[in-house]
Design a protein around this ligand. Structure first.
Ligand SMILES: [Ca+2]
Length: 163
């Protein structure tokens, strides 16, 4: 019985290590899928200020790589203040050509709110992307709006396969 308990404990430690220690992240950053994420809670920054905030901390505005990243953000944002969050996607260069701020590549995965992006809008330049509270989906937004940054440091490329 004692051995069994030790075994369970060790398995638990391994699991915790896998979740918490697999990716080395700076203090205050949350590891996930070979990346570290920082939630700029209570920051009220324009898009370019938000990116500056992230680079000052050693990263970029976050690139949402796949559904797993989306689920991860959903999980964390649920516990934080319901307010829009900047991610690293924008079409500031060419309208409707969205690119990630760190790789300058088009997104392979997207998680738009229904009806978004809202295409050409002559009234507002909705060229910067937020994750909206409650829905946890993406919305094209005016880049000068004051929102909170989600920063990311990519530690290892390629998501490690299970097993
Ligand atoms: Ca746009």
């Amino acid at each position: 019985m004692k051995c069994f308990n030790i075994l369970v404990c060790c398995l638990g430690c391994l699991l915790v290590k896998e979740i918490l220690c697999d990716t080395p992240c700076p203090d205050g950053w949350v590891p996930f899928q070979g990346a570290c994420f920082l939630f700029g809670t209570d920051q009220r920054l324009r898009y370019n200020e938000a990116q500056h905030f992230c680079t000052q901390h050693g990263g970029n505005l976050a690139r949402v790589r796949d559904q797993h990243d989306s689920n991860f953000l959903h999980h964390w944002l649920t516990h934080l203040k319901p307010y829009p969050w900047w991610i690293g996607l924008n079409d500031q260069e060419i309208e409707n050509e969205y690119k990630w701020i760190d790789t300058h590549t088009a997104p392979e995965y997207t998680n738009w709110l229904p009806g978004r992006p809202s295409s050409t809008n002559v009234t507002y330049n909705q060229d910067c992307i937020t994750v909206q509270p409650n829905a946890f989906q993406w919305m094209d937004t005016d880049c000068v709006a004051p929102f909170q940054p989600i920063c990311q440091i990519i530690v290892s490329n390629g998501v490690s396969a299970v097993g």
